[in-house]
Each structure stands twice: as C-alpha cells, then as structure tokens.
Design a protein around this ligand. Structure first.
Ligand code: MD3
Ligand code: FE
Length: 220
C-alpha cells in the first residue's frame, strides 16, 4: 500500500503521497506537458467581476477545462483564445488517476497551473464541479510550494505544508470542499523546470458518471 500521510484532521480525507512520480516519470510528464501547451498555450486568466489578472498562468487538457473570465468561473470544451478543443489528458496522468482516485469514472478535466517565482493562489474552495463525490487529484512538478488548507469554514485554523516535485495529493471526502491556497513558491527549489517555476496539475470529474453511458460491472 502506498504511504499515507494526513497532516491535519482539519483535512480529513486528504491523502498526500510524497514522491509518487520518480524523476524519470516527472521528466516524462514535462515532455507530455510541452505538447499540451504547444496545442493549448498558457494564458493569464482574470477574476470574474473585477477583471484582475491571476498571477498563475493556466491551460487545460481533457474533454473539459476550467476557465475564469469577467463572466465567471466555468468548465468549457475549448481553449478561450484559440477556440480549439483542449488536447487529451496524457496517459501517465490517466494511469495515476486509476491508481489513486478510487473512483469508477475517468477524470474529465486536467487544469495546468504554471507558477513563476512570485505567483501565488489565494484561499478558495473548488466547487464548480457537479460531481462533488469524486476526489480531486493534484500533482506537483518543479519548485516546492507552501500549500495551506483549512476545514470547511474559512474561519477555522489553517495548516500548511510543503508540496515538492513528484508529490501527489488526493482530496476526497470532507477535504473535497476544504479552503486551500498556495502561500508562496520556495525560491531555488526547482531542478526540473527552468526559472524556478512550478506546475500543478489538477485532475477532476466535472459531471456525475450517471450522465454517461453506464459502466458495466461483471461478477464471478
Ligand atoms: C484541496 N491549485 O487549481 S493544488 C486549484 O497548487 C488549486 O495549483 C493549487 O487549488 C495549486 O484549484 C492547489 C491542491 C488542491 C487542489 C484541489 C483541492 C487542494 C485542494 C480541492 C479541495 C481541497
Ligand atoms: Fe483549488
């Protein structure tokens, strides 16, 4: 069984798998992601309403992608600038979901977040998905970051820990709706990516599996 760490009971259902991807697999992921960003370029999203730009640059792969623009947050099947469909989720990530997620249906969206040395992400909940029974699987590549998570109410005390290159973090059960964010990128910790950058991949279900062709289950 893979190592299991629960840094805080404020995040029950959270499972950190340090070093899930070894260095060779991380390099394979970077190669696959270069193809993803060639077909679906990183762009700078803006906040709904205010139009304030994110410090994180984003793109997606998979049938659906998460986008933020002046109209709101949503999932959509195409890149907001090229209007092309998102490229497929790389096989190595589909296998990671099958191994870790303990969920009967495949992921539909893989958000690619690119953090430069000064980028951060404010505390928020992920709740734009209709299927909240499915876990979220996050994979970290490149620079280490200090990640923060707190229980379902924002006022609850928060805990923080480091996410390093190759780590997988599974957010299921009560942790699925926990507030979380990235406080900062730790300078000088990226040997995988140039310029001290960090990539976070977030694999998600968006719709409920019942909306698709039923999955057959055989016994005996
Ligand atoms: C906890 N990304 O894209 S990943 C996001 O490192 C996001 O880029 C951060 O938060 C990043 O929405 C954090 C870890 C993560 C992802 C999803 C979660 C933690 C989560 C969903 C629920 C609770
Ligand atoms: Fe999030």
């Amino acid at each position: 069984m893979a190592p299991l760490t629960t840094p805080t009971s404020a995040a029950a259902g959270l499972r950190l798998v340090p070093g899930f991807f070894d260095r060779r697999q991380q390099e394979e992921l970077v190669v696959a992601l270069r193809e993803v960003v060639r077909r679906a370029p990183l762009y700078t999203p803006v906040m709904p309403g205010t139009g304030k730009p994110f410090s994180v640059r984003m793109t997606n792969c998979g049938p659906l992608g998460w986008v933020s623009d002046p109209h709101g947050y949503r999932y959509q099947p195409m890149h907001p600038l090229t209007r092309e469909p998102w490229p497929p989720i790389p096989e190595i990530l589909m296998r990671a979901w099958a191994e870790l997620a303990d969920y009967s249906a495949p992921p539909q969206a893989c958000l690619v977040n690119y953090y430069g040395p000064a980028a951060r992400m404010g505390m928020h909940q992920d709740r734009d998905e209709e299927d909240l029974a499915a876990p979220v699987l996050s994979i970290s590549l490149g620079a280490t970051c200090r990640f923060r998570i707190c229980a379902a109410v924002r006022s609850a005390s928060t805990r923080s820990f480091l996410l390093t290159s190759g780590d997988a973090l599974l957010l299921g059960g009560p942790s699925r709706l926990a507030f979380h964010g990235v406080d900062r990128i730790v300078a000088g910790t990226s040997t995988l990516l140039p310029d001290g950058g960090r990539i976070n991949l977030t694999l998600r279900r968006v719709t409920k599996p019942q909306d698709e062709a039923p999955q057959r289950h055989y016994t005996s």
